[in-house]
Design a protein around this ligand. Structure first.
Ligand code: ADP
Ligand code: MG
Ligand code: ZN
Length: 476
C-alpha cells in the first residue's frame, strides 16, 4: 500500500525587541549566564508581568503580512509544566484566544505556488536554557527566559519534506523582511517542531501524528521528516500501530527516537493569566501597522519580473533579502541596464560577499558605483574581463571605476587601424597556424584570438578584434 505524508509545522521565532516580553531586562544575546535577569523573569514571588508593546506590534505585523485576522481581544494563558529553565513553573502563552488566526504562507516548489494555511499566531515567553556540561552537571542560564516569541502554527497542509523546507524558507525570509526576527537557527532565534503523519494515499482522515523536536537547521528538518515518513510507512505496512508521541532527531545518527508520549492540552492545566489584562488591539493601531508594512518578498519578486523583465530565477535570488534587492534596484535604475545589474549582483557581488562572509550592508562597492562600472562596459570602454578586474580593485580600494580606469590606463581599444596593425604583426609571426587555418582548421582561430588579445594586454575590444581577425585570416 502507498502512504502519503501529512506535515504541520510549529515555528517559534524570537522577536527583535530590545527588552523582554514581561520585564525590562535586555534581550541581548551572548551576555554572561544569568546576566539578563530580574525578579520578574527569575520568577520571584510577588512580582507582576508588564506587557511589552513592541512585542505585540511585531506579532501584529507578522499577522498582517500573512493575512491573519487580528483579534481585537485576546488572552494570555498559563501553561503549567515542570520547566527546569522557567522558574515560575508555568509559561505565559496564549491558548484558546490567540492574537492572530487564519492566514497563509505561499510557498514555491519547482516553480509552482501553493498556499499553506495557518491556524494561528500567538505571543508567548521563551524559557531559559539548560546547559548540559561535560562535568555531568546541568546548569541553567535564564538570559533567554522571558524573551518574546511568536509561535506560528500551520495547518496540516504540507505534503512533503521539500514543501516543509520551502515553507520555512519563505517564513524566514518574510520575518527578515519585516525586521522582527534575525532568523538565526543556530543561535535558536528561529526554531521548528515538525508534526508528521502518514495515511493511505488519497484518504481523507489524518493518521496518528508524531512530533519531531530539536530541529535546528533546514537540512535536519528535511532529513528528519524523510526518515520519519519512511519509518511510519514501514510500521503500517507490516501491520504495526503508531501512538502519538514526541521524538527527537539525532543529526549524528540520522535517526529519530522516542522522547516522551505527547502531552494533551489538558495536561497543561491552561487557565487565563490572572496577572495580565485581556490584550486589546485597536483598529487604528492595526491600520497604522499595516500602512508601515514593507513590500513583501513574493510581491517584490513578481514586480522585478514585471518591471525589469528579469527571469524568475534572477528575481528569486535577488529577493532573498530586502537589502540585496534594494542594492540591485539602485544599480538597475542608475545604470538603466537591469539584466546587467542582475548579472553583476548575482555573480561578482554575491561571490565576493560569500568569500568574506559579509552581508550586503557591508559591501564596499556602493550600488551607484557598480552602475557606473556597468555603464563603462555598455559604452565599450571596458571589456567584460577588464571590468571584473576593475570591480576587484573597486572592492579593495573603495575607489570609483572611472578613477581606476584612468589610473591604470585600462581603457579598451576599439580603434580599427590600431588593432589591424597588431593583428597583421601576429599573423606574420605565425605562418604555420595561418596555413592550418586556411586549409580548413577553424579551431586555429581561437589561437589567433588569444595571441592578439595578449598583444593588446587584454585591452582590445573582443568584438572588433574578432571581426578584423576573421577578415585578415581569410586573406582580405
Ligand atoms: P497539539 O495540540 O498536539 O500541539 P495541534 O492540533 O495544535 O496539536 O497541532 C499541532 C501541529 O500539528 C499543527 O501544525 C497541525 O497542523 C499539525 N497536525 C495536526 N494533526 C496532524 C496530523 N495528523 N498529521 C500531521 N500534522 C498534524
Ligand atoms: Mg500545539
Ligand atoms: Zn527580567
Amino acid at each position: 500500500m502507498e502512504f502519503e505524508p501529512v506535515i504541520g509545522l510549529e515555528v517559534h521565532a524570537q522577536l527583535l525587541t530590545q527588552s523582554k516580553i514581561f520585564c525590562g531586562c535586555t534581550t541581548q544575546f551572548g551576555n554572561p549566564p544569568n546576566h539578563n535577569t530580574c525578579p520578574v523573569c527569575l520568577g520571584m514571588p510577588g512580582v507582576l508581568p508588564v506587557l511589552n508593546k513592541k512585542a505585540v506590534e511585531y506579532a501584529v505585523k507578522v499577522g498582517l503580512a500573512v493575512g491573519c485576522e487580528i483579534q481585537p481581544r485576546s488572552l494570555f494563558a498559563r501553561k503549567n509544566y515542570f520547566y527546569p529553565d522557567l522558574p515560575k513553573g508555568y509559561q505565559i502563552s496564549m491558548y484558546d484566544r490567540p492574537l492572530c488566526t487564519g492566514g497563509a504562507i505561499t510557498i514555491e516548489t519547482s516553480g509552482a505556488r501553493k498556499r499553506i494555511g495557518l491556524t494561528r499566531i500567538h505571543l508567548e515567553e521563551d524559557a531559559g536554557k539548560s546547559i548540559h556540561h561535560a562535568d555531568d552537571r546541568t546548569y541553567v542560564d535564564l538570559n533567554r527566559a522571558g524573551v518574546p516569541l511568536i509561535e506560528i502554527v500551520s495547518e496540516p497542509d504540507i505534503a512533503s519534506p521539500e514543501e516543509a523546507h520551502a515553507y520555512l524558507s519563505a517564513l524566514r525570509t518574510l520575518l527578515l523582511y519585516l525586521g522582527v526576527c534575525d532568523g538565526n537557527m543556530e543561535e535558536g532565534s528561529l526554531r521548528c517542531d515538525a508534526n508528521v503523519s502518514v495515511r493511505p494515499a488519497g484518504r481523507k482522515e489524518l493518521g496518528t501524528k508524531i512530533e519531531l523536536k530539536n530541529l535546528n537547521s533546514f537540512k535536519f528538518i528535511q532529513r528528519a521528516l524523510q526518515y520519519e515518513i519512511e519509518r511510519q510507512g514501514e510500521i503500517l505496512r507490516t501491520g504495526g500501530k503508531l501512538t502519538q508521541e514526541s521524538r527527537l532527531y539525532s543529526p549524528d545518527t540520522g535517526v529519530t527516537s522516542s522522547m516522551r508520549s505527547k502531552e494533551e492540552a489538558h495536561d497543561y492545566r491552561y487557565f487565563p493569566e490572572p496577572d495580565l489584562l485581556p490584550l486589546i488591539v485597536s483598529d487604528p493601531w492595526i491600520e497604522e501597522i499595516r500602512r508601515a508594512l514593507p513590500e513583501l518578498p513574493l510581491a517584490r519578486k513578481d514586480r522585478l519580473v514585471r518591471e525589469y523583465g528579469l527571469p524568475a530565477y534572477d528575481a528569486d535570488v535577488l529577493t532573498s533579502s530586502s537589502g540585496l534587492c534594494d542594492y540591485f534596484e539602485t544599480a538597475a535604475r542608475a545604470s538603466g541596464n537591469p539584466k546587467g545589474a542582475s548579472n553583476w549582483v548575482m555573480g561578482e557581488v554575491l561571490r565576493r560577499l560569500k568569500e568574506e562572509k559579509a552581508e550586503i550592508a557591508d559591501c564596499p562597492v556602493p550600488a551607484e558605483r557598480l552602475a557606473a562600472l556597468i555603464g563603462l562596459v555598455s559604452a565599450g570602454t571596458l571589456s567584460g574581463t577588464l571590468a571584473k578586474e576593475v570591480f576587484e580593485e573597486m572592492w579593495r580600494s573603495r575607489r570609483s571605476p572611472e578613477e581606476i580606469v584612468r589610473a591604470r590606463g585600462l581603457t579598451q581599444v576599439s580603434d580599427e587601424p590600431e588593432l589591424l596593425a597588431i593583428i597583421e604583426k601576429v599573423i606574420a609571426a605565425h605562418p604555420g597556424p595561418l596555413a592550418q587555418y586556411r586549409s580548413g582548421k577553424e579551431a586555429t582561430f581561437g589561437f589567433f584570438m588569444g595571441q592578439v588579445m595578449k598583444a593588446t594586454q587584454g585591452k582590445g575590444n573582443p568584438v572588433v578584434v574578432q571581426k578584423l581577425l576573421k577578415e585578415k585570416l581569410r586573406g582580405a
